[in-house]
Design a protein around this ligand. Structure first.
Ligand code: HEM
Length: 489
């Protein structure tokens, strides 16, 4: 049925909304994809008191994100996100407005600042790649199965730490271990389909999840506060070491002009912006790397072709650099294919209509929430031949010598005003971490173990199940050579 010119909608009951129609064993992105058969690519449902519009086709997705990006630039508020972001004082869940714009600009500036000079992001990522390779080589030389996840998390976390605090962690550092603990707690609890978010009144009966979330957020905040206090103590107007310095500089300048509240530069805002970069930058990139290795183990011929490309274009006398990207199209195509087949944010972050508007011919009311089902876009059979088959070749041009975009139904980082702020950093990390490790190692499944599951567990991000790898040093990469090849950056 269509109500008041809006999209077709699922049945809904007072208070519980459409919950009865959403009972399913499938994760939300797959359930929402399958509901298209009955309701069409754009339809709506009720989640408690909130109307949700589900968009499963790229034409309507681009209308929401690009053509009407500013109208759909709102974010929903919930009990969980309010706990996480001190009532939306961050970027990802902050209201669309001057404060959000200002903080995006400062983060963007800090990312650009690292583009050049001795502390360039590329240099930081290469240092972490070297450290990752050392950890993998230890397991390879002892012929032991390895859980890559903690090593990948440390590498990615250290890049974000360098960007935010100008610091990094060694393996086993207690502060890093506690960071891992609370991050996992936040990911687990935010991910749970917490009833608190559907029925906010339940917060007066705090449930165990909400308590755990609050404990983890308190641990995160005390670490952020410590770093913030250290930065305040040795801050200088003349040196900008990292994102915290950039935020402090903006804050001091706003204070001098009595503008702190006007531009949203309270201590809470500064801390939540930094917290956001950790929240959005670590789990996402690490998860893509885990998916990439899982697929390379399933498809050894793809891994071999990447290694042949690396051998012929980079060789073994130097390490890969960002400028090699253009000459390694098959690796680039593989990264694109991983981001297509297992999008880490299959439902993006929900958007909210800030005014009465429309999607296609359907009326949309101010306050309606819009979910872009990226999973549907990336698995649309009209756009992608055999979408469940992992085939990096689909992203190569006709000659096979360059990368191409074969369909407009591809938005792994979103698009428009709310597009991912870390897209270029993430792409650089994916390229360098994968090229460094694949130059030296071949990954396979340890003897007697099953292949990694490719199913994925839906949560804050779509994660692969835990798996171990068997890493082998490639021919010609004996230990001496391994240690002696200098980083080219
Ligand atoms: C491969 C890794 C990554 C993927 C696939 C990814 C993807 C996304 C997606 C799909 C969104 C939501 C867009 C929307 O709601 O329309 C997003 C938002 C965001 N991402 Fe990423 N991201 C990645 C890495 C990063 C990194 C490294 C950072 C930080 C440096 C970052 C910072 C953010 C922020 C701050 C937002 C919120 C933007 C806003 O609401 O204005 N992301 N990302």
């Amino acid at each position: 049925s269509k109500g008041h010119g809006g999209p077709p909608h699922l049945p809904a009951l007072p208070i519980i909304g459409s919950l009865l129609s959403l009972r399913s064993d499938s994760p939300p992105h797959i359930l929402f994809q399958s509901l298209q058969e009955k309701y069409g690519p754009t339809y709506s449902l009720m989640m408690g008191a909130h109307k949700l519009i589900l968009v499963n086709h790229h034409v309507h997705a681009k209308e929401v994100l690009l053509k009407k990006g500013k109208i759909f630039a709102g974010r929903p508020r919930s009990v969980t996100t309010d706990v996480l972001t001190r009532d939306g004082k961050d970027i990802a869940f902050g209201d669309y407005g001057p404060t959000w714009r200002f903080h995006r600009k400062i983060v963007h500036g800090a990312l650009c600042m690292f583009g050049e000079g001795s502390a360039s992001i590329e240099k930081i990522v290469c240092q972490e790649s070297q450290s990752l390779c050392t950890a993998v080589s230890e397991a390879a030389l002892r012929d032991l199965p390895l859980d890559l996840a903690p090593e990948l998390t440390r590498a990615v976390t250290n890049v974000i730490c360098a960007l935010c605090f100008n610091s990094s962690y060694r393996r086993g550092d207690p502060e890093f271990q506690s960071m891992l603990g609370y991050s996992q707690g936040i990911v687990d609890t935010v991910a749970k389909d917490s009833l608190v978010d559907i029925f906010p009144c339940l917060q007066i009966f705090p449930n165990a999840d909400l308590r755990l979330l609050k404990d983890c957020v308190a641990a995160r905040d005390s670490l952020l506060q410590k770093k913030y206090d250290e930065h305040k103590a040795d801050y200088s107007d003349h040196v900008q070491r990292d994102l915290l310095d950039a935020l402090l500089r903006a804050k001091r300048s706003a204070e001098n002009h009595n503008l702190t509240e006007a531009v949203g530069l309270s201590d809470d805002h500064v801390l939540m912006t930094v917290g956001d970069i950790f929240g959005a930058g670590v789990e996402t990139t690490t998860t893509v790397l885990k998916w990439a290795v899982a697929y390379l183990i399933h498809y050894p011929q793809v891994q071999k072709r990447i290694q042949e490309e690396l051998d012929s274009r980079v060789g073994r006398d130097r390490t890969p650099q960002i400028k090699d990207r253009g000459s390694l199209p098959y690796l680039e195509a593989t990264i694109r294919e991983v981001l297509r087949i297992r999008p880490v944010a299959p439902l993006l972050i929900p958007h909210v209509a800030l005014a009465d508007t429309s999607i296609g011919n359907f009326a949309v009311s101010k306050g309606d929430r819009v979910i872009i089902n990226l999973w549907s876009l990336h698995h649309d059979e009209k756009e992608w031949k055999n979408p469940e088959i992992f085939d990096p070749g689909r992203f190569l041009d006709a000659e096979g010598s360059g990368v191409a975009l074969p369909s407009p139904s591809y938005l792994p980082f979103g698009a428009g005003v709310r597009v991912c702020l870390g897209e270029s950093l993430a792409k650089m990390e994916l390229f360098l971490f994968l090229s460094w490790t694949l130059q030296r190692f071949t990954f396979s499944v340890p003897a007697g173990r099953p292949l990694p599951s490719l199913e994925g567990k839906f949560g804050v991000v779509l994660q692969p199940a835990k798996y171990e790898v068997h890493a082998t040093l490639r021919a010609g990469w004996d230990v001496l050579r391994f240690l002696s090849v200098p980083s080219a950056v």
